[in-house]
Design a protein. Structure first.
Length: 668
């Protein structure tokens, strides 16, 4: 059995799919999930702790919180002990700022969430990790975001291998080939040693931080005293004055200032700009911390499409390391136009090289050293050591369509599969269904269609006979959607949805535990909102008025709202601010399920879909109950995660199932 955790878990699509996946006696044990939204914790705990009886934890916390990793480590220790290993990490950072469907917001704090995700990867070092996102991430900033993600994955360093690399570089007597190569070697080694120093310092502080916090909670401090201690320690944890980095940059500054001390032809302000820029880079951790805080401020203050937002965008750009690097290089270029002495040229060259080396990743700096003119035999040895520096390998981003995995929905997503260097490289996720056997909307929803407008159903419609349903429409399938006979029982999609896809021998409580729904919007409220038992949950239709029902009839007739507006004279029927509304097609797959329920009209009824119908299109079993409010609106959407949002944001469990099977086929 292999272990996994689910970050940015939402409702639990990844968790559900990974628990469904089995190959022989190989399967996954669920340790922990995390999400910032309290309603998601309610859904998770009701499903996995109460209904399935799994001993897993849930962290309701922002991954950008400075103590996130410490809290994560404490909770993992609580579940599995000090020596617990996490084999697989899955997660999908929120996609709003990457999505092709919505507005792309410059300096959206969500754009940086993948880097926090990778920090967790670097800490836990799982065998595999999956990062899922919308297809729009491939074209964001002309593909630069995708490149940055892949480069960041390859830049996760094996620090033990890096130390061995440095030792071997220092062993070799480097041939005297000129000051440029000597400078590269000297600065390169210093840069790598700075990286190791920062890594060791962070590990040390993390250990001290956890130890002191545990001690504080064991003493008789008041809540206010404990909170003060916690905030102080959290800030101190990141206020790292790295002596190695300071020494590195101070050496460059000293040589630069000395070379230009008596030069009166270059204005002092121009010379000082370079010195000041280098000094700022000594405090790069504070720069990054400031950028993060301002992004949070912009997010919390709802800064969007305004002059104020433009100003704060500029502040973030000025604080960005990259802009400081570029400004220093511009100043260097301007200085070069002057009549410089050989000592001044050397000092400028040294600053420019230092800026390039500080800016690049550890792996790139090591490559810079390997490419130097060492003797051939020794260069090969260094190259072999260099190849071992990256802890993870990745081939490329993989584009998936949910319909290829038995999901009745054309939902395209991108996954980045990171493979630890001792594991097989995964280059593709193989579909589980053939193109001509994809599940249709009718196959998924037909037994639920009888619910009237404005009503709630908590029992299945007795008029729909599942056993005698037309097999040419409701085809028998294996658990992963294939129509080819497997070693599992063959059932229709509706039967799988009703009876569930989890192995009951692994989760015996599932058979006896009644499906429960609570209106609680956070786990703190759970005792105040007594759960109710429902055989069928989340199946409630909206209270459409007669005009809206007629409008939906038009949408079904014309296929979508835009076409209806173009072809209908009666403007009363089409007078709505709503721009996108599509009628589902019974014998095809649905478009991408989103968080707004009125984007789709039922293929046969003049109404929008219920939460349960949307969940069927996402391939959630009916036993999976979405907790909390059904809908919400206005500013409350920022703080609440209603059922429709939980469903729309989830990765389809059957797609996650296909990813999990691929990992089980490769994991060692």
């Amino acid at each position: 059995m292999y272990t996994f955790i689910d970050l940015f878990a939402g409702a639990g699509g990844f968790s559900e799919g990974f628990l469904q996946a089995e190959i022989g006696n190989k399967n996954f044990d669920f340790l922990l999930a995390s999400d910032i939204n309290p309603a998601c914790e309610v859904t998770h705990r009701m499903r996995y702790n109460r209904q399935l009886g799994i001993n897993c934890e849930f962290i309701t916390k922002d991954i950008t919180d400075p103590d996130f990793i410490e809290v994560l480590l404490d909770q993992l220790e609580k579940v599995g002990g000090k020596d617990i290993d996490v084999d697989v990490i899955v997660g999908g950072p929120p996609c709003q700022s990457f999505s092709l469907a919505g507005e792309r917001s410059k300096n959206d704090k969500k754009d940086e969430l993948f880097s926090y995700y990778l920090q967790v990867i670097a800490e836990l070092q799982p065998k595999f990790f999956i990062m899922e996102n919308v297809k729009g991430i491939l074209t964001k900033d002309h593909g630069k975001i995708k490149t940055r993600i892949i480069d960041s994955i390859r830049d996760i360093v094996d620090y033990a291998a890096l130390e061995a690399f440095i030792v071997n570089v220092k062993k070799q007597e480097f041939p005297q080939t000129g000051p440029k190569h000597q400078a590269i070697l000297h600065m390169g080694i210093m840069k790598l040693e700075v990286a190791i120093s920062e890594h060791k310092e962070m590990l040390k502080r993390r250990t001290e931080f956890r130890k002191i916090l545990k001690s504080a909670y064991a003493t008789s401090l008041s809540d206010n005293e404990r909170q003060f201690l916690y905030k102080s320690l959290t800030q101190q944890k990141f206020d790292i004055d790295n002596s190695s980095l300071s020494k590195f940059i101070d050496t460059i500054i000293y040589d630069y200032v000395s070379a230009f001390r008596n030069n009166k032809s270059i204005p002092e302000d121009d010379r000082n700009t370079i010195r000041q820029g280098l000094t700022l880079l000594k405090n790069r951790h504070l720069l990054n911390d400031s950028r993060i805080k301002i992004k949070h401020l912009m997010h919390d203050s709802l800064l969007k499409r305004s002059g104020l937002k433009d100003r704060y965008d500029q502040i973030i750009e000025y604080l960005d390391e990259g802009s400081i690097f570029e400004y220093i290089k511009i100043c260097i270029s301007d200085i070069r136009y002057n009549n410089l002495s050989s000592m001044e040229v050397s000092a400028v060259d040294q600053v420019e090289l230092a800026v390039e080396i500080i800016r690049e990743g550890v792996i790139d700096t090591a490559k810079r050293i390997v490419d130097m003119p060492f003797p051939d035999g020794y260069r090969q040895k260094l190259h072999d050591l260099y190849q071992n520096l990256s802890l993870y390998r990745i081939d490329d981003a993989i584009t998936l369509n949910a319909s290829d995995f038995g999901v009745p929905q054309n939902r395209e997503r991108v996954v980045f599969v990171g493979c630890r260097k001792d594991q097989d490289l995964i280059k593709a996720i193989r579909p589980t269904v053939l193109p001509d056997e994809k599940v249709t909307v009718q196959e998924a929803l037909h037994d639920l269609k009888g619910i009237p407008v404005g009503e709630v159903q908590t029992e299945y419609d007795s008029n729909f006979d599942v056993a005698s349903a037309n097999n040419s429409v409701f085809r028998k399938r294996s658990v992963n959607g294939s129509t080819m006979p497997m070693d599992t029982k063959m059932k229709s999609y509706i039967e799988w949805s009703r009876e569930g896809r989890l192995n009951e021998s692994r989760f015996p409580m599932l058979k006896s535990h009644e499906r429960q729904y609570t209106y609680a919007n956070s786990w703190d409220e759970i005792n105040e909102k007594e759960p109710v038992i429902q055989k069928l949950s989340n199946h409630e239709t909206s209270k459409h008025n007669k005009l809206v029902v007629k409008r939906f009839k038009l949408v079904r007739k014309h296929g979508d709202l835009k076409t209806a507006k173009e072809n209908v004279i009666d403007k009363e029927l089409t007078n709505t601010k709503k721009r996108n509304c599509i009628a589902l097609i019974a014998d095809s797959q649905s478009p991408t399920v989103v968080t707004m329920p009125d984007d789709f009209v039922h293929y046969e009824k003049d109404r929008i879909l219920t939460v349960r119908e949307m969940a069927r299109l996402q391939s959630f079993d009916d036993s999976f109950v979405f907790q909390g409010k059904r809908t919400t609106g206005g500013d409350r959407r920022r703080n609440e995660t209603p059922q429709y949002t939980q469903v729309g944001n989830a990765i389809p469990p059957l797609m996650a199932h296909g990813i999990a099977l691929e990992i089980l086929n490769h994991i060692k």
